[in-house]
Design a protein around this ligand. Structure first.
Ligand code: GLC
Length: 401
């Protein structure tokens, strides 16, 4: 295994090089130039990394991410997936300071992990009402059919922007070009604005509306952590309500999305299962979703060469017809996805496999540096550089050791 101290020094230098001070706030940009602004799930991952060497910054990162939480209107409570601290969002979103969509909710999870290293009840108390409002917003606004599964209304909300699993629900052609898909994602923002972000109306008119298994699994884990936060703050009743909600989400994923050994995303009003296989299924382990039996089947599948090549885990299996190891989200390795799968493996007791994933992830960074994403066969790095969340390998290494 790697040398913890050496990795810590490298990870720290990376995050510090991407730190931005916008007094009284501080955040970490995902990468220079291409990603100058603040992104929601990136910041949650950054906090998890910072906890190992700068817990104050970990707290600041999470406090800045909720600063532009929506305060009024039908989306009150939503935490935006992007905060534009220096402005610039106006043209696309109609709001200069923030986007109008969200991203996978990991904020209570991040707060809990930070607290493990740096117990600070005042910090939890500051964050708690925001996270409560966020999850209430999900239930009120994004669960149109009251089945405990929330929907996403743009591929950007999944965090997996260009995954082949979104091609069909986006109405794209078979194996679309990057250009076509990018254009469609941009155009969808104008449509969201036209429909006031209303999932029901968007769905009724045939636009992208997907109940994603991994998104909901992450939400279940976040609800569990919110339950833990409430308990730590002495709010026993609220704690049991959040935990109950987490169990209902897990149960809904088992009941409605799991067929045999596979877990599916559901698209549109008919909740059509999206057949395209991706590593999103493995992320359901993170949310404590699969039964022990399904988990075993998932873990066996994870170890097949198509999912476990030289550098696991490709976001699409290397045998899938739409797999492209060098194209954005169409089969590359992303270290935040590895972190989620690694956490899930540990949750289900697959410690050895988790450790192997850590080793391969460290080897990948050693070979290619702090890239945004990587080819699963060659390890070649692509995208922005240096990319902050790739330092999640530090958390994996420290927790494993
Ligand atoms: C890309 C990724 C998204 C991430 C953002 C910033 O858009 O698809 O998941 O949050 O970059 O790193």
């Amino acid at each position: 295994m790697g040398d913890v101290q050496a990795w810590l020094v490298k990870a720290r230098a990376l995050l510090e090089s991407n730190q931005v001070n916008v007094a009284p706030y501080r955040y970490t940009r995902p990468a220079p130039s291409r990603y100058e602004h603040q992104w929601l799930w990136d910041s949650c991952f950054h906090a998890i990394i910072y906890r190992h060497f700068d817990p104050r910054m970990a707290c600041d990162e999470l406090l800045s991410v909720v600063a532009k939480q929506v305060q009024s209107g039908p989306d009150a409570g939503m935490i935006p997936h992007m905060t534009y601290w220096r402005g610039g969002g106006g043209e696309l979103w109609g709001d200069d300071t923030r986007s109008i969509i969200t991203q996978p909710p990991l904020i209570a999870i991040a707060a809990q992990r930070v607290y493990e290293k740096h117990p600070d009840n005042a910090f939890l108390a500051r964050l708690y009402p925001s996270i409560c409002a966020y999850h209430q917003w999900f239930d009120r606004r994004r669960d149109t059919d009251n089945d405990d599964l929330v929907c996403i209304i743009h591929p950007w909300e999944s965090g997996w922007d260009a995954s082949p699993r979104w091609d069909r629900p986006m109405g794209l052609s078979e194996n679309p070009s990057d250009e076509e898909a990018r254009e469609a994602r941009k155009n969808l923002v104008a449509i969201l604005r036209q429909y006031d972000n209303d999932p029901q109306r968007l769905m009724d008119n045939g636009y992208f509306c997907v109940e994603s298994a991994d998104f909901n699994a992450i939400r279940a884990a976040d609800l569990e952590s919110l339950g833990w936060m409430a308990e730590t703050l002495g709010k026993t009743d609220e704690s049991s309500q959040w935990r109950q909600k987490a169990r209902r989400v897990q149960e809904a994923i088992r009941q409605k999305m799991t067929f045999g050994e596979r877990v599916y995303d559901l698209a549109g009003p008919d909740e059509t299962a999206i057949a395209e296989p991706t590593a999103g299924e493995f992320v359901t382990l993170f949310g404590g979703v699969p039964s022990a039996e399904t988990a075993q089947a998932l873990v066996e599948r994870l170890q097949l060469p198509a999912n476990w090549p030289r550098f696991p885990v490709p976001t699409s299996p290397t045998t899938a017809s739409l797999f492209r190891g060098n194209r954005y989200w169409r089969g590359n390795v992303w270290l935040n996805v590895n972190w989620l799968i690694w956490s899930g493996l540990r949750r289900y007791g697959y410690y050895q496999l988790a450790q192997m994933l850590t080793e391969r992830s460290l080897a990948l960074v050693e070979l290619s540096g702090w890239h945004e994403y990587f080819h699963p066969d060659t390890g070649e790095g692509y995208g922005s550089f240096p990319h902050s969340w790739s330092a999640l390998v530090l958390d994996m290494l420290i927790v494993d050791t």
